[in-house]
Design a protein around this ligand. Structure first.
Ligand SMILES: Nc1ncnc2c1ncn2[C@@H]1O[C@H](COP(=O)(O)OP(=O)(O)OP(=O)(O)O)[C@@H](O)[C@H]1O
Length: 342
């Protein structure tokens, strides 16, 4: 089921001197249960996109639909109700500094006018869930960044949302804390089947938790697909540069420095996905074809529980034999690209 849909959405901000096209004709579908990553450099339009989904901003043209219902058809009362189903967490946590952790988590429930006992029970449950039972009476300034983000997550979950919007929620955290917050988001997604939209500029965050990803640049959605598709075969140069931050697809300096292109020798970049990574393909190549094979570089990465591998090999032999060896690799589902210079 499609839970969030953007249909041809554009957003223009009327600046003093010029119009800013923050979003240009965005079409996007997020399925129920997805952890959907949206990545882009600063100014790409990511925050604007997220603000349209909880209707803090209106699209200039196009429609935003939640569970198939266009938000522009809602009355203000219906919209307030709708927002209860969308939780949000932020880069800088947005906690009330003068309130305790307990009171911060209770805010959405107080706004929903729930009685004190229900609030106490729910907040206690939530603090336990995010591992902060002992911090109920603390104030935000007494917490680490990771703990503050856990409070933010508990608060966002208070009203039992079906969607969680996350705006750069790990950008202010160290790598280890980032990992634990992302792991918590994944658990929430799996245990409560909450759809998560994760806005980030860090490809490693997408790699760790998302199943789908969209890449934005200058207000446009330039590429999207499953994380495996996009990481395995990034098409747009911007996507390629994001992917290269976590997966080495370029030949490393130390290898390229020593490369020579002699007659009768050819270099190939091989890319393996999933099952064929572990298959002894190179072994078969060495045994079955009359070509000398040297592995110059190999790298493996985990993406969406699948392995992506890159290998640089040198084949030495007669042209016909080399061509047959390459054809063999292709029949095994390996992507083969000849390297003619670096
Ligand atoms: N309220 C606003 N008024 C005018 N321009 C705006 C407004 N909000 C955003 N913009 C502009 O829209 C463009 C997209 O901004 P947005 O914040 O959505 O990008 P972003 O990808 O989230 O970047 P960052 O990661 O830096 O927050 C930018 O050029 C920004 O200056």
């Amino acid at each position: 089921m499609v839970e969030i849909e953007l249909r041809n959405v554009s957003k223009i901000f009327e600046g003093k001197r010029q119009k800013i096209h923050a979003l240009k004709g965005i079409n996007l579908q997020v399925e129920k249960g997805d952890i959907f990553g949206v990545i882009g450099y600063s100014g790409a339009g990511k925050s604007t996109l997220i603000r349209l989904i909880n209707y803090l901003e209106r699209p200039t043209t196009g429609q935003v639909l939640i569970e198939g219902k266009p938000l522009d058809t809602f009355t203000p009362v219906e919209l307030r109700k709708q927002r209860k189903y969308i939780g949000m967490i932020f880069q800088h946590y947005n906690l009330l500094e003068t309130r305790t952790v307990f009171d911060n988590v209770a805010i959405p429930l107080v706004l929903l006018r729930q009685n004190k006992e229900r609030i106490r029970k729910r907040v206690t449950e939530l603090l336990q869930y995010v591992g902060l039972s002992d911090k109920a009476k603390s104030y935000p300034k007494e917490l680490s960044g990771g703990q503050k983000q856990r409070v933010g997550i508990a608060r966002a979950l208070a009203s039992n949302p079906s969607i969680l919007l996350c705006d750069e929620v790990t950008s202010a955290l160290d790598p280890q804390t980032t990992q634990s917050i992302l792991a918590l988001l994944k658990t929430i997604n799996q245990e409560y089947n909450i759809t998560i939209l994760l806005i980030t500029h860090e490809m490693s965050a997408i790699q760790q938790v998302c199943n789908r990803v969209a890449v934005m640049e200058k207000g446009e959605l330039i590429e999207h697909g499953t994380v495996l598709e996009v990481f395995g075969n990034p098409k747009h140069p911007t996507t390629q540069s994001f992917v290269q931050t976590v997966i080495r697809t370029a030949i490393p300096e130390s290898v390229s420095r020593g490369l020579s292109f002699k007659k009768g020798q050819r270099l190939y970049k091989l890319r393996f996905v999933g099952a064929n990574v572990s298959a002894p393909i190179v072994n078969e190549l060495i045994k079955g074809y009359d070509v000398q094979t040297n592995i110059l570089f190999a790298d493996m990465n985990e993406v969406q529980d699948t392995t992506l591998g890159t290998m640089i090999i040198r084949l030495h032999g007669e042209d016909g034999q080399v061509a047959r060896a390459v054809a063999f690799l292709k029949t095994k589902g390996v992507e083969v690209q000849e390297v003619t210079g670096v």
